[in-house]
Each structure stands twice: as structure tokens, then as C-alpha cells.
Ligand binder design. Sequence first.
Ligand SMILES: [Zn+2]
Ligand SMILES: [Zn+2]
Ligand SMILES: [Zn+2]
Length: 463
Amino acid sequence: MIKVKSVNKQSLIDFEDSLFMLVESVDKFDSGKALYVDAIIVNSSNPEDYNRIFKAVRTHYDPDVYLTPIFAVAYKTLPYLQENACDGITDLAKYEQLAKRVRDIKENMGQLYLQQQYANSEEGYLYKLLQFLFTRDTSFAPIPSRHSRVNYYFPLLSDLLNDADDHTAMDILDAGIKKGYLSEGKMFDKVHLCDNCGSAHHNLRETCKNCGSVDLEIRDLVHHFKCAYVGPETDFIQEHSDDLMCPKCHKILRHIGNDYDKPSHIYVCNTCDDPFQDPGFTYHCMDCRDSKDIHHLNEHRIKNLYLTTKGKYLVLNGLPKKIEKKSGLATDVLGIYDLGIFQSLLKQEQARCTVTEGSSVLGEVHLTDPGMNVLSRREMQILQGELSMTLKTYLNEFEMVTSVNPYCYYFLLINPDDERIEKIKDVIEYNIQNLIKSNVDKSEIEVEVDMKPISEIGEDFEF
Ligand SMILES: [Zn+2]
Ligand SMILES: [Zn+2]
Ligand SMILES: [Zn+2]
């Protein structure tokens, strides 16, 4: 049953167990009220209304507000951007689809770790984006926008940033990829940004390499077969006749194809009269009015992005806490080491592999389990110790394990073959799941094991 009531001049629609706020006038819109509803429906065909609502909702400090689903009423005139930046469209008659989408998003929101503090605003923006992607369970897709300084709207990020900072959005996305929270999907466009101000709004022009003027004319080149003379068509034009006459042999050119042809064209500069075949190309920035050779434009690739397991792990568990001095690691056992020692041994093994063409592999184990969050510190330490001991039992005597925190473990396999890699991966996933299920009440454990050849691990790898 649909019930419509009005609270604070904002219509509310109650469908099954979802409460929608219907926004018809942006002037009365108060983003804080989103706390009390499950989703917002915008009934407007004016793109500006959507932009204001996106901005108000997405910049709110409370995740229950900034992650609120926003739907659009399907107007034919609603631009592509606004329609696609919403969580879906509706015709104000059928609510089943919407209610289902809202339930899915709300359920995902319920699983998020409540992160309160960020080292800086960029880290905060990236973190919010990862939360957004997790709750929507979709890939990240930049949307073309003629109103953006870089020609693209980046969902959530563009609302958090000012227009002039749109290139910051690309830096934030690059940081997310570098840290392994986002993976790259299909590359579908490129933008070329002004070297001086980062804008993508510029005119490209053919330019005289001699004097820098853009006042050029294109003229056909004429090639007279008989005498092999080649020159601009203007050389052949006569003052008192429409016939073309060769300036070298003074014959009249009659039939194109038989007497002569036009093999290409030539530029002539109206400022310095220089003729040339290849002009330079310059850009004129519409924002800062800078003018430079196009080689100075900075190319950025526009692509779809996906939330990785590591990114999902982050939003479910929060940003890494400082590594605790007193970990539960049983470092008196041979092959179990503190992170610092493990990192040194890994570097040494990398050097050894380079010389001996070894194929050693770094294993990465991530756990996500809301049930683990209620354990005491002491219980966490015990679990961390148990898990690292368990991991060590699958390794050879000369292989090693470390743990960054109770949710994250690394191990090193020396020259394993593919069969062993697969087998260890399966065994670890299966056994760690069981171990946690039998130790943690109401466990919803998920175990992810990634294997990476250590030759692919760079200097800046973050543990
Ligand atoms: Zn010139
Ligand atoms: Zn001729
Ligand atoms: Zn510029």
C-alpha cells in the first residue's frame, strides 16, 4: 500500500518498509532531514535542482545522509548526466523496484565501519567514494559533462569538490588505484588538460610555425604532368581568364587527371606569407587564456573503476589502525616474524630471485567479519596468534608469515609451482573460515587470499 503524507512541507511516501522523501521544490530542501528517510525522489526536470540536491546530500558529514539513495522522476528532458548520477529513475507509480534497490543499499550501509577521522581531506574523499561504491555494488563510471572543467563529472567526488578542483578528483582516483582499493576497467575516453590551469576547455588551431599566427589559408597544390612543375593553385590562376596556365611552361591546363592533378594542399600564412605543408598545432585555453603547442597538454585516461577486495576490506573495517606494539604474533616460533623483519626478508628474497630467476610468491590474507569487531583486545591477540600459527603449518620450514593486524596476514612461498599455489590458497580459505567460525559468535567471516609473484612487488608496496 502507498501512503502519502506531508511532514514539514515535504511529501513523504511510505511504501512497504521504505520511506521516500519526495522533493518538488529545492528551496525547501533540507539535507539533514534525509536522516529520517530511506531515500529521496526528486520530481523536477531542471538539472540545476539535481545539482543542488547532490551537493547538499553528498557533502553532509553523516554517512546516513551522504550515502542516501537519490532517484529521479523520469522526465524526457532530464539530461543524461543527472539521470545517470541518480540511483535510478521512477515514474511515481511503481515503487517495488525502488524499494528493493533501497533495501539493498541500506543493507550494505549497515555493514560499513563508522570511520570518523581521516589524515587529510583527500583521504576522506577517497574513503567516502569507496563506501559509495560498496553500498551501490556497481562500478565507478565518470559521466561526460560540458559544465565540468575537465569535461567529466565524477559521481560523489565532483559533489565533494569545487569545480576548479575537478582534476583533484582524478588525483584521488589515481591514489585509490595505487593503493590497491580500486582496479581499472575499460578505458573509454581521454581528456587533454591545460598545462597551466588543468582545464579541458580549449580551442585547437593550425598555427604558422614561422610567426605563430593562426590566420592561415589552405590552398590546393597543382602538379603539371608535362613539365613536372608543382605549386599552389594561385600560381596557375590568370588575371583575365578562367583557364589555369602553368607558370613554368606556359601551357594551358585542360583536364584534371590527364594534364594535371591536385596531389595535396598547402598552407599559406596571411600574416607572414610563408607557405608550408605541415602547420604547427596550438591550443588556446578558454579558462586561463594560455596558448601553447598541443604537446604541452596533459593527457588523462578516463576509465571505469572497480572496488577491489582490499577496498571492500577497508570500508568494512576502517582505515588501518597503527600497528599495535604488542601483537599476538608468536615470534618465538621459527618462520613467524614481526612486520619489519618480514619486510627485510622479503627484500632479500626479491634480490635473490632477481639473480637466480626465482619465482617466489607473496600471499596476502584479508579477513572481513563484523562478528570479530566485538572481540576484546586480548581475544583479538589470541586469535591473531592462532591464525599466524595455522598459516605457518601450511608452509615449509624455510618460509615465513607475518601479520599487520588481526584482519591481515602475509606469507612468503619460496619458488612454489602453480599446483602448490592453488592448493595452499584453497586450504587457507577453507581452514581459516572454519577456525574463525568456531571461535567467533555470529561470525560472517569472508576470507580472501591473493597471491602475487614477488618480482611484481614494487618499492612502494603498502603493507
Ligand atoms: Zn606566419
Ligand atoms: Zn608546365
Ligand atoms: Zn588553462
